[in-house]
Structures are given as C-alpha cells and as structure tokens.
Design a protein around this ligand. Structure first.
Ligand SMILES: *[C@@H]1O[C@H](CO)[C@@H](O)[C@H](O)[C@H]1NC(C)=O
Ligand SMILES: *[C@@H]1O[C@H](CO)[C@@H](O)[C@H](O)[C@H]1NC(C)=O
Ligand SMILES: *[C@@H]1O[C@H](CO)[C@@H](O)[C@H](O)[C@H]1NC(C)=O
Length: 414
C-alpha cells in the first residue's frame, strides 16, 4: 500500500503567527512567480500570444512554483474589452473573449494544476509602469476616485470568490511619491501643490496604512477567506541620497535611487487591523536598482543590516511576510552577483514567502528615468522585446537560465 508523503495542499490559507497554514493546519511556504501583462494596454497576459495556455501553466508547475502573483489594473475591470484576436494565435479557444474572461481562464488553468493565485491590483490605468508622471503611484488619481478603486477591486474579488485556489489579494503595487510638473515660463518644474508623498498611519489622504485597511476590509466583505497583502512604499533614505551625491558626477538624469520600505517603526506606530482575524500579510519589494549604484558593494552582513532596516525587521514580527517582488537579469553574471546571491541567502535564512519577477519571456519596455518620462500615458506597447528578468526564454519554449532555476529551487521550501 502506498501512502502519500505529503498531504495535498488544501486552500484557503490563513495566518498563524509568522506562518501561513492551509485548511488542515499544515504550514505552507509561498514560492510564487509574477505573470504580468493583463495590467497593460492590450489587457492580455504575456505569453498567450506565444504558447498554448496549458503548456505555459505546465512550465510554472514543472519548475516548482506553487503560486502566481497575477497582475491586473482598474482599467481592465472597468472596460473589460474583447481582446485583439491577432494576439490569440496559439489559443483559439480564447478568441472573442474579454480581458477578464481570459484572466479567469488563466486562473482556472492554474487552479486545475493546484497552483494558487494572488490577485495583484497593480495599478489603475492600463499603462506600462512606472513613469514618475504616470499618476499611478497612489491608490487614486484624477481618473479613479478611491471609491471607484474599491468598487472595481470588489468586482474582481467577486469574480473569483468561489475558487479557493485564489488565496489572496495584493492591494496595490509599489506606492510611490508622485510629482506633477507645472509649466512656468515655458519650463517644466516640479509642482509642490500637486505632489503626493505616501505616509503610514498619520491620517489624511496620503495615509496608505489606513487606505489599505479600508481596501482590505472591502475585499474581506466579499470574500472573508482571502489573505490581504499590504505593501510598504517608496521612501527617500538620506543615506542613499548621500551616496548618490558623492558619485553623481554631474549627471542630471541620474536621480537618487529610492527603495521600497516597510519598517518595523511603521507597524509599531500603526498596525493595519482587519475585520477578519489571521488574514494580514505584510510585503515589500527589492531590486538592485532600488538602491544607489555602489550601495551593494557590501558584505552580506552589511547588506542584511540594511535589508532588515528597510523591510526585514517586519519579517521577524509575528505576522507573515511576503517578498512580493525581487528579480535579476537572467544572464549568469547577474544571477551570481552579490545582490541576487544575498537575497537568496536571506530567504534561505529567514524562510520568508516570495514571488520572483517574472515568468514571461517578453515584455514592453518603458523608456525609463526622469529624463525621458515625457508622455506618461502614451508609451507605445511593444510586446515582443526580450524580458531580461524573464524566467522563460524569448520564445517561451525554455527556461531562460538554468542558473536562475537552480537558485530559485534552493528557496522553494516544502
Ligand atoms: C468571433 O465573433 C465574430 C463576430 O461576432 C464571429 O464572426 C466569429 O465567428 C467569432 N469567432 C469565434 C472563433 O468564435
Ligand atoms: C567596491 O569594492 C572593491 C573591493 O573592495 C573596491 O576595489 C572598489 O573600488 C569598490 N567600488 C566602489 C564603487 O566603491
Ligand atoms: C517553440 O514552441 C512553439 C509552440 O509550442 C513551437 O511551435 C516551436 O517550434 C518551438 N520552437 C523551438 C525553437 O523549439
């Protein structure tokens, strides 16, 4: 007689101290991968124009990921257009379906292979992220009021309510300071009157912690079983400004890097409190380019001290933590760089939950940086460029990097 060596995962998940547990009380470690695209202007997840959906999902399952952090925008939910059939070649079963119907079909396919989905409310407008001028750094803008943002989120949660494999919602991606520019005497200058600087628990319309609480409770009103993922935000760090200042070399396009943080001091001051117990997960993202250039010329111990300060101390609190994005170029040099090795080692030591950015072999590059960010809502989408951070190769047939796969396998804890 054969006995299963591990119990099959049984969603939904709840929090238990700093762990996640399934419906049978078995601890679950999230090792996810982002699968993006539905949040952009074609309203379609990348890869659907390249390979049959079941093949793509098999690649996720075979690599060992147990969940997908799955991007969408408010605009997708609001407009929900029929997707251009030219993008559906390998998936004729999806022709004439709307953006949300295709999103649903992908979630269904993932669920059929017992891969969990985290709905990721990435942004409001369907744009290529993240221009400093794109008005998608907050959780509301001129086009989407807070009430609309909440209602569209509830609509999305409703669609997936009956599927226990949809385990959570990431309330908003990478809240960041926004600066609008005013034209004065023909010059474009920062307009302090329309600036947006997120704060934690201090009240007022810039208070992300309280907005997250309201959004989280609104999601739980529809589906009380969801995990509610609350990210920190980008915050200027004086130490990094100083590093930038010393090494700037007069390059006016090189602004100081701004890391995303969720500090223990935030939570001590204002812990997010939801109406349903054991649903809250805190989250933050990290990339090498969130920090100033030689900042990572550091030993692991030094790096860890900074990571702890920015988000790692929260991971040591009695609440689960989700490193919701980290990634690296898939060339072997980058995979073996200090930065990436340090992140992997940190996850090995702390066993935090994580999601790698990202699965798709192609993406639409944004003309990045302040100096080229002139037409925020009008970037042309070009879905054919190689995604340097892609887990899959450009043609979607193979894993882009065996080295990367090897590193990620090290941190897929049972
Ligand atoms: C898609 O819709 C169009 C217009 O209604 C119809 O002519 C076409 O046959 C449909 N295609 C499929 C594959 O259902
Ligand atoms: C980084 O560290 C190496 C080895 O200690 C040193 O040679 C190099 O100058 C440092 N780079 C910068 C930009 O500080
Ligand atoms: C990649 O996969 C596609 C779809 O499955 C297939 O048609 C194509 O021949 C493959 N390309 C290579 C180089 O294997």
């Amino acid at each position: 007689m054969l006995f299963p060596t591990v119990l099959a995962l049984q969603p939904p998940l709840t929090t238990f101290g700093n762990q996640l547990i399934d419906a049978q009380g078995v601890p679950v470690h999230l090792h996810c991968i982002a699968w993006s695209g539905a949040h952009e202007k074609s309203y379609l997840t990348y890869g659907i124009e390249n390979q049959p959906l079941p093949d793509l999902v098999s690649k996720i399952a075979n690599a060992g990921f147990n969940c997908v952090r799955f991007q969408f925008s408010a605009e997708l939910v609001r407009l929900n257009p029929i997707i251009d059939p030219k993008l559906l070649g390998p998936n004729p079963q999806l022709v004439n379906k709307t953006g949300l119907e295709i999103y649903d079909a992908i979630v269904q396919e993932l669920s059929s292979k017992q891969i969990m989905t985290i709905l990721d409310y990435h942004q409001m407008d369907a744009v290529v992220c993240c221009s400093p001028l794109d008005e998608n750094g907050a959780w509301f803008n001129d086009r989407y009021s807070f009430d609309q943002v909440r209602d569209l989120m509830q609509a999305m949660v409703s669609r997936h309510k009956s599927n226990p494999w949809v385990i959570g919602i990431d309330l908003r991606n990478e809240i960041r300071p926004m600066i609008d520019f005013a034209t004065i005497f023909g010059l474009s200058v920062p307009n302090p009157l329309t600036a947006f600087l997120p704060v934690w628990g201090l009240g007022g319309k810039w208070d992300w912690a309280r907005a997250a609480e309201q959004l989280g409770n609104a999601a739980l009103d529809i589906n009380p079983d969801l995990l509610i993922i609350v990210q920190g935000f980008y915050q200027i760090q004086l130490k990094e400004v100083w590093t930038w200042f010393r090494h700037n070399n007069g390059d006016s396009c090189r602004k100081p890097r701004i890391p995303q943080v969720i500090k223990k001091s935030f939570i001590d001051r204002y812990p997010v409190t939801l109406n349903v117990k054991n649903r809250l997960v805190y989250s933050c993202h990290t990339y090498e380019f969130f920090h100033d250039f030689d900042y990572f010329n550091l030993t692991y111990e030094d790096w860890k001290k900074e990571a702890d300060l920015y988000w790692g101390d929260v991971a040591k609190m009695n609440i689960p933590f989700f490193l919701g994005e980290f990634g690296v170029d898939h060339n072997p040099t980058a995979v073996h760089s200090d930065f990436f090795q340090y992140v992997v080692r940190y996850i090995e030591e702390t066993k935090i939950n994580w999601a790698y950015w990202s699965f798709e072999g192609t993406y639409s590059p944004a003309p990045g940086g302040f100096c080229s960010a002139v037409n925020p809502l009008g970037y042309p989408e070009d879905r054919t460029k190689e995604n340097g951070y892609g887990f899959l190769s450009l043609d979607y047939n193979n894993t882009a990097s065996q080295d990367l796969l090897y590193e990620l396998k090290r941190i897929m804890f049972k």
